[in-house]
Ligand binder design. Structure first.
Ligand code: GLU
Length: 337
């Protein structure tokens, strides 16, 4: 009888390559984050846009994402998570591991206007994120559907004053810069309009162009094509001076509304605790692409200014902007109810 040799259930000796891979993995897990950051990125990077497609946040993210991917050597996937005036997508970024694989677009709405008024927003814009770079500052615009009985700011004010509560305005969401600035406009001009919030400027613009809502407050990059095509009529812009793109349209400052004359901004942040080497790599990738003549032109053609500041400068800017909106909320006694 030949003795039966029982086969071991598991190989006693793992193939050497598997052992090495397991050791490497274990060693990797023990490495400090800064060391891991040297290899970053080794897989695709998700860039959360906390507004719907078609708005300026989405436009800026998509304009830089290809060049950013080329510079980082990994795909950059733009992920639209609209809602709550940008709060939903921003909260999602704040909750991720600070490994650089989830980044988010940060705007004046998500870092200043919304946190200033929404006490239940769920994140602190100054401590729950790592600022990376502010990409661009954009003018804002109030525009109307061509059926609205006004073509300029004087007639616009007259129409509002003669019909309190008759008109509504669309914005990119509750507590967004559009919402906040229009509440400020109402308070300073003694007018009344009803706010209609959307998941971003994309859908807000669509409904205004379709005539569902007569007025929209938006950032210029997304609104400009509709103004140029005559589907919307620009009434006033928030910009330091009149824009080459809309020379006939006055600034809010010219209307005597200096407080409404504030630009919007679009930057990139990570969750808090993002290692500095990751911050520097992402910032350098964005800077490189935004400074390329083609991307620079695409951004500047919308009346926007490239900012491309340092993480510390961006942090200071967020702090200052939050303080501005906190003051607006306090002095105008604005509430979300
Ligand atoms: N108005 C928003 C902001 O400045 C962005 C709107 C959008 O991208 O839909 O934060």
């Amino acid at each position: 009888m030949t003795p039966t040799r029982s086969r071991p259930h598991l190989p006693l000796l793992a193939p050497p390559r598997t052992v090495l891979a397991a050791l490497a993995l274990a060693a990797h897990a023990c490495l400090p984050q800064a060391a891991l950051a040297q290899d970053y990125p080794t897989k695709p990077v998700r860039l959360v846009v906390p507004f719907a497609a078609g708005g300026t946040t989405d436009i800026v993210a998509r304009v830089v994402s290809n060049g950013m991917a080329a510079a980082l050597g990994q795909p950059v996937i733009v992920d639209n998570k609209g809602g709550g005036g940008g709060a939903i997508g921003s909260l999602e970024v704040a909750k991720q591991r600070p490994d650089g694989y989830t980044l988010g677009m940060a705007t004046v709405s998500t870092t200043a206007s919304a946190p200033a008024i929404n006490k239940k927003i769920g994140y602190d814009p100054l401590t729950d994120f790592t600022p990376i770079i502010n990409i661009a500052a954009t003018p804002n615009v109030v525009a109307v559907h061509p059926s609205f009985p006004a073509r300029d700011h004087k007639a616009f004010l007259q129409a509002l004053k003669a019909n309190p509560g008759k008109y509504s305005f669309a914005t990119s969401g509750n507590a967004s810069i559009g919402h906040m600035q229009m509440e400020l406009f109402k308070s300073l001009t003694g007018t009344f309009m009803t706010h209609i919030p959307y998941r971003g400027s994309g859908p807000a613009l669509n409904d205004t162009v379709a005539g569902q809502v007569p007025i929209v407050f938006d950032n210029l990059p997304s609104a400009l094509p509709f103004i140029k095509s005559g589907q919307l009529v620009a009434i006033a812009v928030a910009a330091p001076q009149r824009l080459a793109q809309l020379p006939g349209v006055p600034t809010f400052k010219e209307m005597g509304l200096v407080a409404v004359n504030r630009m919007a901004y679009y930057g990139v942040v990570g969750p808090k605790g993002l290692p500095r080497p990751v911050v520097d790599k992402v910032a350098a990738a964005i800077k490189r692409t935004a400074e390329s003549p083609e991307v620079k032109k695409r951004i500047e053609d919308t009346g926007s200014l490239l900012v491309l500041n340092t993480p510390d400068e961006f942090a200071a800017q967020m702090r200052a902007e939050l303080a501005v909106y906190q003051k607006v909320v306090e002095t105008q006694k604005l509430t979300l109810d």
